[in-house]
Design a protein around this ligand. Structure first.
Ligand SMILES: [Zn+2]
Ligand SMILES: [Zn+2]
Length: 352
């Protein structure tokens, strides 16, 4: 097909630019999705600032997309043209040791589909970010990435389930399942931390302490389900589940030190490389009988979990709408990525 545009990062140091792309027809177990919305996530900024994040150039940016199925390849039965879908990137491979023993949440690999998008200018194959892409008019992805969404959920909200929202809510629901009546702390109330608050509320936590330096973020955390809001350094104790949703290792150290006996601290999001934890092994860990857990993208199994989150949003038990604080066009995405250096809202979503 022609007349399709995508946001391409052509080579190290190049500015991302919208250009014509060409999509191959979907083959067996593949689907073509007409993208309608794609969230602007930090991971794409990281791809730009790390000169491609070890990916092969040229790169098709975006990884938080939702849209409508346009065509399906042979053997695809779970979606049909016209269906609303979110395009998930965190899809278990089904073949690694953890998948084979039934623990797909800890899949040691990800499903890798063929690269089906090319630059119109020279025909070179594009590498889509997180095997999906998203800042494009249309995509071809492995069918397992296409997760059906209820038609009533607006696609600019559904797209958040592909990455940011699921990373936070999934940490509280599946990585470290919060127990009803338990106490929770969330350190860092950006988009991911606020989604942890929502997941903990959905799980039935009795006490949710939000920790951040920015008063506006704490206010939003209280509106989204936190029962207390404090600044970093405030004395917080007797927490059953403490989540660090900031990059700095100090967040995880603070989480451990808040724990009640037998509690669990969970690292959410990607930390900077080369940093270490400053913990007293006897007092902080052994005496508390503490567990430290790590979440990768909320450890979601997309085909099961994303429809559950979508239904919870439709039922009013999650507030996805509050997470979309700005929208932009495909052409405005480079500026929206740059604005992530000093974010003013929760999430900007490109409407495509
Ligand atoms: Zn696997
Ligand atoms: Zn993301």
């Amino acid at each position: 097909m022609s007349g399709t545009r995508g946001l391409v990062y052509a080579e190290p140091g190049a500015a991302p630019a919208v250009e014509e792309i060409v999509l191959d027809e979907p083959g067996p177990d593949e689907v073509r999705v007409r993208v309608q919305a794609c969230g602007v996530c930090h991971t794409d900024l990281h791809v730009l600032e790390s000169e491609g994040w070890h990916m092969r150039f040229p790169i098709l940016l975006g990884h938080e997309a939702a849209g409508i199925v346009e065509a399906v390849g042979e053997g695809v039965t779970h979606v049909a043209p016209g269906d609303a879908v979110v395009v998930a990137w965190h899809v278990p491979c089904g073949r690694c040791r953890n998948c084979l023993r039934g623990d797909a949440r800890r899949c040691a690999d990800y499903l890798r589909g063929a690269r089906k998008m090319r630059r119109a200018a020279d025909g070179s194959r594009l590498t889509p970010v997180l095997r999906t892409g998203g800042f494009a008019d249309a995509l071809v992805v492995h069918a397992s990435c296409a997760v059906p969404m209820p038609p009533a959920l607006p696609l600019e909200q559904a797209c958040l389930l592909a990455c940011g929202f699921s990373t936070g809510a999934g940490a509280a629901l599946w990585t470290t399942p919060v127990q009803p009546g338990s106490s929770v702390a969330v350190i860092g109330c950006g988009g991911v931390g606020l989604a942890v608050v929502q997941g903990a509320r959905l799980a039935g936590a009795a006490r949710i302490v939000a920790v951040d330096t920015v008063p506006e973020k704490l206010e939003l955390a209280l509106e989204l389900g936190a029962t207390e809001a404090v600044e970093p350094g405030a004395e917080v104790r007797e927490i059953d589940f403490a989540f660090s949703a900031i990059g700095a290792p100090a967040g995880l150290v603070a989480a451990v030190r808040m724990l009640a006996y037998g509690g669990t601290a969970c690292l959410v999001g990607v930390p900077p490389s080369g940093r270490t934890l400053d913990l007293d092994v006897e007092l902080d860990l052994f005496a508390r009988h503490a567990t430290i857990a790590v979440s990768h993208g909320g450890d979601v199994v997309p085909q099961e979990d994303l429809p559950f989150l979508a239904q919870a949003a439709l039922d009013g038990r999650l507030d996805l709408a509050r997470f979309v604080t700005a929208t932009c066009s495909l052409d405005e995405v480079p500026a929206a990525l740059d604005a992530l250096h000093a974010p003013t809202g929760v999430r900007t979503v490109a409407l495509i």
